[in-house]
Structures are given as structure tokens and as C-alpha cells.
Design a protein around this ligand. Structure first.
Ligand code: MRU
Length: 379
């Protein structure tokens, strides 16, 4: 096991480039994204001058992760409003860009509702656009605040579940500052544990097929200076079997009313492994990810993505010129069919706790989730 405990590479320091920002150059307002398809090779910003550009960035995962999708959706509506485009048309396209993360529709709806309310109150287009932008900025700020509160609640929960404080935490996909107005969801809890001197190691699942773990979580972990080790998704089983995982921390794209959690494909097998090995399986997500209108896991629409993401090895920042159709290196015979759901659904009975900014739900029940949502509406 010596290799597992190798030191991380030298700390590069945190990235200076925010995952998303509103910018107003003389040519007109834009939404600027850190293009996540180019990480970790290079930090390149992608400038969106209209909602269709943002829709494309969402589809191609230049901007991704549930909370950030919400913020992007809200800024997208504001962009359409400020630039004088049809706001409802933009909102429809943005909300439909990806189906699973409910935050996207929530963000779009908030900015659209602010726009409509301003018009209904007798404001002109400029006032309505300003209201939409204000709603987007508010969501952005609230997400940053939620992130630090989740980190606090999550760390307290880890202390409770794992007294002794030398945690080896396994995580899946990417849930840090790249998906949030703040430091993220599950990763923010790992970061808080690291800062408190309680994180012994972060196990980072590579997260096939688009490698959000290898490309993005490892990038964030390296910059934070924490000890981390990358593994293939399939290696998680033997890691549990050898007793090297103390807890699993993951994010969520949508939490149904019954507590079922949709998250990056590969999360459900981790929950099964965690249960078999008596390891806590903890979901960290803001209240905006809870969707009481979706009754259960079976009702969550799981995004199905193109087969070439599986039949080709495509490091997105290194496209192979002339290769078709995904631009990557083919690894399967031409014409091979692929099953490529972007997410899977974990039932509530496999989840130890859901950590939100409003507190921790454990055990995970429909009643406890509804109560938490009520509480958050009153705040
Ligand atoms: O397809 P992605 O990269 O958008 O999927 C992201 C995830 O599944 C994250 O785990 C989830 O959005 C939670 S992030 C806080």
C-alpha cells in the first residue's frame, strides 16, 4: 500500500480564475466561464455573449455541477434580458440544456420570476433586466454562503460518525469550487476536514467516462495541499475490502421527495459497497437540490449522453484531429453501442445522511426532508 500514501505533488495554490463571473466590458455584458473541458491542462476562460452560447457550454460540460448550473442558468436569463433578447425563449432553452440537475431549472426560474415581477410592477425592460441580474447575483452569493455552512455541518457530522479524526474519505465526480459560488459541497467538507488536520487522505474516483474526478477533483485537491490518491472507479471495491475507506462523501444533482439521490453515475455502486462494508455514505447538497415535486427516484430523469464518450478515450483538452464522431481515440470496434447514463439514483435506505446548509437529515426520510425544506422557506 506504500503507493497509496505517496505525498501529493507540490501545492500550486488556489486557482485565481472563478468558475463563473458576470463581466461588463464596453462591448456589452457577458458571462465568463472557466472552461472545465480544458482543465487541468490549462485555465482558459470562455466568454458567452448570449444565452445560446451558454446553453452550448452547459451541454458540453464547459460549465457543470449542480449548484453552478443553477448560477449559470440565472446569469443566462439575465444576459438575455440585458441584451434585449426574448427572455422566456432563453429561459426555456437554458432550463432544458441538461435534465437531471434540478438546480439549473431553479436558477433559471428565479431570474425569470424576478424579470416578470419587475415588468408586472410597471418597470421597463431595463428595470426588469436589472431585477434578473440581481436575482442571479443573489443566488451566486447564497450558494457561496450555503457552501461554507454545509462544510461546517459536514465536518461536525464526520466528527460524530468517526471519532478520532484521521479520516480517509472517498469521493466521486467533482464537487469543489468548480461547481459552486463557494468551495463546493462534498469537497468543501473534505477541505474543512483537511484544514482542521482531520483528513488523512482523499480517495478520488476518476469518474468515467468524462473523468471529472481525475481532471477536476485531483486538480482541486492538489491545489488545496491535501493528501489525495486517484483510483479507477472499479478499484473502489478492493479499497473498501482492505478497510481503507472511513466515509464516502458525494454531491447530488437532484434529491427526490423520498430522499432518493441522483448523482454522477457510479455513486449508487459506492453506496452499495459502503453499506456492505459498514461505512457511512454521506450526501452533501444545498437545499436548492431538493426537489419535492419529484416524488421518488424512479421519477428522476437521468440524462443519457452520447455513446462516443464511452467508445472513445477523449481527454477533451487533447482532441485528435480528424477523428469522428467525438474527436477522441476509438477503443471499441466501429459501430459499438454504448450505455452511457450520466447519473444514477441511490435509494434513501443506503444513505447515512444528507448534509445541507440548513442542517443534517439522518435518517433520510420523506418527512425529515419536507421539514427541512419548510424550515429553509421560513428563513
Ligand atoms: O455531469 P456533471 O459533471 O455535471 O455531474 C456533476 C455531478 O454529478 C456532481 O457530483 C453533482 O453535480 C454534485 S456537485 C455539487
Amino acid at each position: 500500500m506504500a503507493d497509496h500514501y505517496a505525498q501529493p505533488r507540490e501545492n500550486d495554490g488556489p486557482t485565481e480564475t472563478p468558475a463563473i463571473r458576470w463581466h461588463e466590458p464596453p462591448e456589452g455584458p457577458v458571462v465568463v466561464l472557466l472552461d472545465q473541458t480544458r482543465l487541468p491542462a490549462e485555465e482558459v476562460e470562455l466568454v458567452c455573449t448570449d444565452a445560446p452560447a451558454l446553453v452550448e457550454a452547459i451541454r458540453t460540460l464547459a460549465v457543470r455541477g449542480a449548484p453552478l448550473l443553477g448560477i449559470a442558468g440565472a446569469y443566462g436569463v439575465a444576459l438575455a434580458a440585458v441584451r434585449g433578447f426574448d427572455v422566456d425563449e432563453a429561459a426555456l432553452a437554458l432550463a432544458g440544456a441538461r435534465p437531471t440537475a434540478v438546480n439549473l431549472a431553479v436558477g433559471v426560474r428565479r431570474a425569470q420570476a424576478a424579470h416578470r415581477a419587475a415588468l408586472a410592477a410597471g418597470g421597463d425592460e431595463a428595470a426588469a433586466a436589472a431585477a434578473a441580474l440581481h436575482a442571479a447575483r443573489t443566488l451566486h452569493r447564497q450558494d457561496a454562503e450555503a457552501s461554507s455552512r454545509m462544510a461546517g455541518h459536514g465536518l461536525a457530522l464526520l466528527d460524530e460518525l468517526l471519532p478520532g479524526g484521521s479520516h480517509r474519505v472517498l469521493t466521486h465526480c467533482n464537487t469543489g469550487a468548480l461547481v459552486s459560488g463557494g468551495e463546493g459541497t462534498a469537497f468543501a467538507v473534505a477541505l474543512a476536514a483537511h484544514r482542521a488536520g482531520k483528513l488523512r487522505r482523499l480517495w478520488v474516483d476518476e469518474t468515467r467516462p468524462l473523468l471529472q474526478g481525475a481532471r477536476l477533483t485531483a486538480y482541486e485537491a492538489a491545489r488545496s495541499g491535501m493528501a489525495y490518491t486517484l483510483l479507477t472507479d472499479n478499484a473502489a471495491g478492493s479499497l473498501f475490502a482492505s478497510g481503507e475507506v472511513d466515509a464516502v462523501l458525494i454531491g447530488a444533482d437532484r434529491i427526490a421527495a423520498d430522499g432518493s439521490v441522483a448523482n454522477k453515475v457510479g455513486s449508487y455502486p459506492l453506496a452499495v459497497l459502503a453499506r456492505y462494508h459498514h461505512v457511512p455514505f454521506v450526501v452533501v447538497a444545498p437545499v436548492t437540490t431538493i426537489d419535492l415535486d419529484t416524488p421518488d427516484g424512479a421519477s428522476i430523469e437521468v440524462e443519457q449522453r452520447a455513446g462516443h464518450e464511452v467508445t472513445e478515450i477523449a481527454a477533451p483538452q487533447v482532441p485528435v484531429a480528424g477523428a469522428e464522431p467525438g474527436g477522441g481515440i476509438p477503443v471499441a470496434p466501429l459501430g459499438t453501442q454504448a450505455y452511457n447514463p450520466a447519473f444514477d439514483v441511490t435509494p434513501p435506505e443506503l444513505i447515512t445522511a444528507i448534509v445541507t446548509e440548513e442542517g443534517v437529515v439522518s435518517p433520510v426520510t420523506a418527512e425529515a426532508l419536507a421539514e427541512l425544506c419548510d424550515l429553509s422557506r421560513q428563513v
